[in-house]
Design a protein around this ligand. Structure first.
Ligand SMILES: NC(=O)c1ccc[n+]([C@@H]2O[C@H](COP(=O)([O-])OP(=O)(O)OC[C@H]3O[C@@H](n4cnc5c(N)ncnc54)[C@H](O)[C@@H]3O)[C@@H](O)[C@H]2O)c1
Length: 324
């Protein structure tokens, strides 16, 4: 039976993924330093196939010990997002590059580990030139330390020579939204609808800029798709994760919000330039691995709106729901 290590498994994406893996019958270990608390793990904590290790991926001894008996690794632990990385550049470099590289090299040297999935990002594209859709073959143009470190790791994963039975894959995630046991309200869709649910004025900066979005359940499921794919299709390969129909300008998200709350108070602050403005074509993961999304941004907006209107989260403005 697979025994899958998820680093950062208490986080927004990880806590959804870990549940999916347990439902599939796999054994799951989570290594997480719990920067944002560990409540997301409570309801699975007693599952006999679940194991939690509180620790930091920068600790080499912890990494070596935790990999004992592990068959596959999904590496999510990171300093996440442009603001968090630019606020703590040294920490970002230590975790997102140095410690991640040590973990990867160690896995490459240990023959019992097959898959290594790296959580990369569509932020790597930066800005599209002209009105084109970007994909896995497009030139990358990272415009933040966060994206630079993701590109650096992707390049290492894709070009370094590895043992025959090692199957590393980089996944370029869309911007995520939706309900997770560890909520985040610093992500565009979740943040926009929170402001409206609390009758605040929503200020949108640069309403014309494009970005692809993906529900956290679909995004987590892409990791399961890789773990179960034919290894020759995913080995030292990169896939965007999302759906080509789910690219939105911020104004389009606002229009979807107005369908839920017609009198929503939305104001636009015009910006001529945004270094991150991209539309992505996700045909590769669909055509080569049969990956399909099940939810869309309008669905996610309603999901979060209902959650907040029903007071399920007592303080959605708490710092635990932000990565900065
Ligand atoms: N959320 C998005 O929109 C998005 C988009 C693209 C890529 N990603 C990538 O997906 C991954 C997960 O993102 P998320 O939104 O779930 O973030 P998150 O911040 O909710 O989760 C990250 C988890 O990693 C843990 N962690 C961080 N550094 C650690 C360390 N040194 N040792 C042990 N644990 C550590 C944190 O405690 C946290 O629980 C990240 O690699 C991120 O860059 C996220």
């Amino acid at each position: 039976m697979k025994n899958i290590l998820v680093t950062g498994g208490a986080g927004y994406i990880g806590s959804v993924l870990v549940r999916q893996l347990l439902e599939k019958g796999y054994k799951v270990k989570v290594l997480d330093e719990l920067f944002f608390g560990g409540e997301s793990l409570i309801s699975i904590y007693n599952n006999p196939r679940f194991e939690f290790i509180k620790g930091d991926i920068r600790n080499k001894v912890t990494v070596q010990q935790v990999l004992f008996n592990v068959t596959d690794v999904v590496h999510l632990a990171a300093i996440v997002g442009d603001p968090a990385c630019s606020n703590q550049p040294e920490l970002a470099n230590e975790i997102n590059w140095k410690a991640s590289k040590y973990l990867y090299d160690f896995c490459n040297e240990h023959t019992e580990i097959e898959h290594f999935i790296f959580a990369s990002t569509c932020s790597n594209y930066g800005k599209m030139e002209g009105d084109v859709f970007l994909n896995e073959y497009s030139k990358l143009n990272p415009v933040s330390l966060y994206a630079e470190l993701k590109v650096k790791f992707e390049n290492y994963l894709l070009s370094n020579s590895i043992r025959d039975t090692f199957v590393p894959t980089a996944l370029r995630f869309s911007t995520v939204y939706g309900l997770s046991p560890r909520m985040r309200f610093d992500l565009t869709v979740n943040e926009f609808i929170r402001e409206i649910a609390f009758d605040k004025e929503l200020l949108i900066f640069g309403e014309q800029f494009w970005r692809p979005y993906c529900h956290v359940e679909d995004l987590a499921r892409s990791c399961v798709t890789i773990l179960e794919a034919e290894t020759n299709k995913v080995k030292q390969n990169v896939f965007g994760v999302g759906d080509t129909t789910e690219n939105y300008q911020k104004k389009m998200i606002a229009d979807e919000i107005l369908k839920i709350v017609p009198n929503a108070n939305i104001k636009y602050v015009h910006k001529d330039e945004d270094p991150r403005d991209y539309r992505v074509d996700f045909s590769k993961i669909k055509n080569e691995l049969g990956f399909q999304i099940t939810k869309t941004v309008p669905h996610g907006l309603r999901e979060i709106y209902d959650l907040l209107k029903n007071d399920v989260i007592s303080d959605p403005y708490s710092k635990n729901y932000r990565n900065i």
